[in-house]
Design a protein around this ligand. Structure first.
Ligand code: GEK
Length: 239
């Protein structure tokens, strides 16, 4: 379904939420809004193929409609369980149906829950694909520490985010290229500006050095960017 949620002028713009309206247009919205999204999702399958260890849990944290869950299911090692978690019931009920239609090596469970308040089983691959940016900044470090603690040695976290850049010129340039990307994908100036207002208090991005140093402080031995397109990208962190 085509995303035209912000197409009509609104008197009052509330905070963005992952409700039923958003869930119903989500695949279209994320592909037209996040540069590199499809490349990252398919690469998450390849990372799963390389790093998943037999008998471990694989987590898709903030799974939305299960795009990454599907790739992880396809490439999982033997006897793995893929667990998708999201706190939006609208996303979870749809994801359960969607994921059923895809083949793979692993059993999948999709669970409604808050990832900041979840006890993870020993895991070899964990994914936060454009999710940490929606977690309250004060809770981010504790979540990453819990993820690192749950990972077996050599296990990975794939952390994809919208980045902020400390250099103002780079920030402006990449920010404006992202707006061009949205225009090229058919979003109007009104849609872009209303969505931006709605996300203002909800999506709070960090810069790359903050991500990398925090991951190391949380117990990861290695962390670096493996993909970037404008101000969006993805980090691999290895325990
Ligand atoms: C994808 N990973 O398609 N606990 C659980 N879920 C949460 C929480 C939380 N505390 N906070 C936010 N979410 C997906 C895309 S979308 C990214 C992820 C975007 C969930 C929220 O309900 C939403 O489904 C998801 O995180 C973010 O690869 O829309 O830009």
């Amino acid at each position: 379904m085509h995303d035209n949620i912000f197409a009509a002028p609104r008197d009052r713009i509330g905070d963005f939420s992952f409700d039923d309206t958003v869930a119903s247009v989500f695949p279209d919205m994320i592909k037209r809004s996040v540069p590199g999204y499809s490349n990252i999702v398919s690469a998450i399958g390849m990372f799963t193929g390389k790093f998943s260890k037999p008998g471990t849990a694989l987590y898709d944290l903030g799974c939305s409609l299960g795009a990454c869950t599907i790739e992880m299911k396809r490439y999982a090692a033997e006897n793995c369980r893929v667990i998708g978690i999201d706190n939006s019931e609208a996303m979870v009920s749809r994801a359960k149906e969607i994921v059923k239609g895809y083949k793979g090596n692993a059993e999948v469970s999709i669970i409604t829950g808050d990832i900041t308040d979840f006890d993870f089983e020993p895991s070899s691959v964990m994914v936060l694909n454009f999710v940490l940016q929606f977690i309250e900044p004060a809770k981010r470090k504790a979540l990453l520490k819990k993820i690192a603690d749950a990972l077996v040695p050599g296990g990975i976290l794939i952390l994809s985010e919208k980045f902020r850049f400390p250099d103002e010129k780079i920030q402006d340039t990449l920010f404006n290229l992202h707006l061009d990307f949205k225009r090229a994908n058919g979003y109007s100036e009104l849609e872009i500006s209303q969505k931006r207002t709605s996300l203002e208090n909800v999506l709070i991005s960090d810069d790359i050095p903050t991500h990398i140093s925090r991951l190391k402080e949380c117990g990861f031995s290695h962390a670096d960017v493996w993909y970037q397109c404008f101000n969006f990208g993805s980090i691999i962190a290895i325990k």
